[in-house]
Design a binder for this molecule. Structure first.
Ligand code: PGA
Length: 251
C-alpha cells in the first residue's frame, strides 16, 4: 500500500515543517505502507530536513519536462532529486484544468522523471460530464495510453497511478468503493497489457478524491485499490495518520 499527501498550494515554511513533524510522529512506521508527503516546491527543503531518519518519503507536485534551461519559474527533475524527492506527482487534474497540461506533456515529464530516478505518481480521471456520458473508461484509457507511452516495462516501483475522478476532488463527494474498484480493475488490465502481468499486478493504483479517515478503509479494502492520494485530509497530521493506519489494515 502507498499513501501520499498532496499539500497543493498550502503551508509556508514554518507550517510545512510542523505538519511534516506531525505526520512523521503520528504515522509511525506502518508495515507494508509507503508514506509520501508532497509539499509545495518552496517547502521541499525544510520538509526534507524534518523527515530525515523517518520512514516518510518526499515527493513534489509537478516538474518541467526539460533538464535545465531558460524556463523562468520552472523546476527540473535534478532539482527535485537534489532537494531529496523520491516521487513526483504528474498530470494532476488541477494541472490539466488550470495550466493546460496535456497527456503528451505528461508523457514527456514522465520520461524525464524516470531518467533522473524519480518515481512518478501519474494522475488520471474523468470529469462528471464524461462519467455521465458513459465515457469514464474511454477517457482514463486514453490518458493512460498517451501518458504512459514510452514507459518501458521494468521496475514497478517507479510508477504509481492515481485514479482521481475530477468530480470527487475537493468536493466532499467520493466515488463509491464499487465505482473505484471498477475503474481500478480497468486500469490494472491496461497496465498488464502494456507492462506484462507481473508488473501490471505490482504497480500501485491509488484512489484520490475526498478520501477521509471515515471512508479510507472501505476504499482501501477493494482488491485493486492500493492506497490513496490525499489532498485536504493530508493537511492535518492526525487525519493523515488515520488514513495511513487504514491502509496498514490491508497491507
Ligand atoms: P482531495 O484532493 O483529497 O482534497 O479531494 C485529492 C487530490 O487532488 O489529490
Amino acid at each position: 500500500m502507498l499513501v501520499a499527501g498532496n499539500w497543493k498550494m498550502h503551508t509556508d515554511a514554518d507550517s510545512a515543517r510542523a505538519l511534516a513533524r506531525d505526520v512523521a510522529e503520528a504515522a509511525g512506521d506502518p508495515e507494508g505502507v509507503t508514506v509520501v508527503v508532497c509539499p509545495p516546491f518552496a517547502s521541499l527543503s525544510v520538509v526534507a530536513e524534518e523527515i530525515v531518519g523517518t520512514p516518510v518519503l518526499l515527493g513534489a507536485q509537478n516538474m518541467h519536462a526539460r533538464e535545465a534551461g531558460a524556463f523562468t519559474g520552472e523546476v527540473s527533475a535534478p532539482m527535485l532529486t537534489s532537494a531529496g524527492c523520491r516521487y513526483v506527482i504528474l498530470g494532476h487534474s488541477e494541472r490539466r484544468q488550470y495550466f493546460g497540461e496535456t497527456d503528451e506533456g505528461v508523457c514527456e515529464k514522465i520520461g524525464q522523471a524516470h531518467a533522473h530516478g524519480l518515481a512518478v505518481i501519474a494522475c488520471v480521471g474523468e470529469t462528471l460530464a464524461e462519467r455521465k456520458a458513459g465515457r469514464a473508461e474511454e477517457v482514463v484509457g486514453r490518458q493512460l495510453a498517451r501518458g504512459l507511452r514510452g514507459v518501458a516495462p521494468g521496475d514497478p516501483d517507479r510508477l504509481v497511478i492515481a485514479y482521481e475522478p475530477v468530480w470527487a476532488i475537493g468536493t466532499g463527494e467520493t466515488a463509491t468503493p464499487g465505482q473505484a474498484q471498477e475503474m481500478h480493475a480497468f486500469i490494472r488490465e491496461r497496465l498488464q497489457e502494456q507492462f506484462g502481468p507481473e508488473m501490471g499486478r505490482a504497480v500501485h493504483i491509488l484512489y484520490g478524491g475526498s478520501v477521509k479517515p471515515g471512508n479510507a478503509a472501505e476504499l482501501f479494502g477493494e482488491a485493486d485499490v492500493d492506497g490513496g492520494l490525499i489532498g485536504g485530509a493530508s493537511l492535518n497530521g492526525a487525519d493523515f495518520a488515520a488514513i495511513v493506519a487504514a491502509a496498514a489494515e490491508f497491507a
